[in-house]
Design a protein. Structure first.
Length: 202
């Protein structure tokens, strides 16, 4: 008679393979830095090509860029370059502001970003290479608080949607292997608040 034991081999010396993707609802103490995601406990990494940037948790449980210089990016390593980045625009105020989702982030000078400024400017998809931003797609968009912006990434194919409606599409192989995703702000943008940020790997 054969006896089969229900056993599991565990070797603590072998590296653990992270589960791809992340989620953050920012429901933690107001005033503190972004810290780690609420879902997986992964660290938010801050990039800036000017003065060090500061992103905090607001009293309403959102993420808010408050100070820095130049271009500022907050991103989490999703351990996946393909998938869907989803970001909720929780609040907006002021004018001449520049912020939006950022993805396939290498650093503050190298990444893709969805540009949201004054509503009259619509919505634009940019890539920033060595600090120089180039527009690769434009569309119409009158944004408001509560909108959900998603970025679908499939190798070189990029699709940007707002509340499920496609606004931008592009094909670009730049930074295709990068796995950090999040949001960005220019140094004049402490007016956007973000909530329910997630990346679901494909």
């Amino acid at each position: 008679m054969d006896i089969v034991l229900n056993t599991r081999f565990v070797n603590s010396l072998l590296p653990r393979v992270p589960q791809p993707g992340f989620f953050d609802n920012f429901n933690r103490t107001a005033g503190q830095q972004l810290g780690v995601t609420s879902g997986e406990g992964r660290a938010w990494k801050l990039f800036s090509n000017g003065a060090p940037s500061s992103w905090i948790i607001t009293a309403s449980g959102t993420a808010d860029y408050v100070s820095g210089g130049g271009i500022n990016v907050a991103a989490v390593d999703a351990f996946a370059n393909n998938g869907t980045l989803s970001v909720k625009l929780a609040a907006y105020s002021g004018s001449n502001r520049h912020a939006g989702p950022a993805f396939r982030v290498m650093d503050a000078n190298n990444h893709f970003f969805v540009h949201q400024a004054d509503p009259a400017e619509g919505i634009k998809l940019y890539k920033r290479v060595n600090g120089t931003a180039t527009s690769i797609a434009t569309g119409t968009y009158m944004y408001s608080a509560g909108d959900v912006i998603t970025v679908q990434l499939s190798d070189a194919n990029i699709t940007v949607k707002v509340n499920g409606t496609t606004k931008l599409t592009a094909t670009d192989t730049t930074f295709q292997g990068e796995t950090r995703h999040g949001f960005y702000a220019n140094n004049d943008s402490p007016a956007f608040e973000w909530d329910d940020v997630s990346f679901t790997a494909a």
